[in-house]
Design a protein. Structure first.
Length: 128
């Protein structure tokens, strides 16, 4: 996996979101070399981190009455389904496919941050 590191180029200027993004990228980077069952546990931890992070984003979108909230939440749903599928694959002992999905997440997250999350951050900053 080409490692994508959370750095200033991905920072949105919203501390709670930036910190969560940093945690997620660090988790994904560490997962690459984990053996089972540590990889399985890390996937469950990742799912929990995503849920918390997405609650923060959804709360922000509600507070500012974000016009693109529905599309943004749909993207979050896609991400959560990828993680849920990974957990199902691990349960079915399909580790290689589960790892393949996890390897796609850094690129997906980078694109999401640079598009949807950036637009959300701009909208939020205009209301401050």
């Amino acid at each position: 996996m080409d490692s994508i590191v959370f750095g200033p180029d991905l920072a949105l200027g919203i501390p709670v979101l930036d910190q969560s993004h940093r945690i997620v990228f660090d988790m994904l980077d560490a997962m690459e070399s984990l053996p089972r069952p540590a990889f399985d546990a890390a996937c469950r931890d990742l799912a929990a981190e995503f849920m918390e992070h997405l609650r923060e984003e959804n709360s922000l979108m509600e507070r500012i009455a974000y016009p693109a909230a529905q599309a943004h939440r749909a993207a979050h749903g896609y991400l959560l389904e990828k993680v849920a599928r990974t957990l199902r694959l691990l349960k079915d002992d399909e580790e290689a496919t589960a790892r393949d999905i996890i390897r796609t997440l850094p690129d997906w997250l980078e694109a999401h941050i640079n598009t949807m999350d950036l637009a959300l951050a701009v909208a939020a900053s205009r209301l401050e």
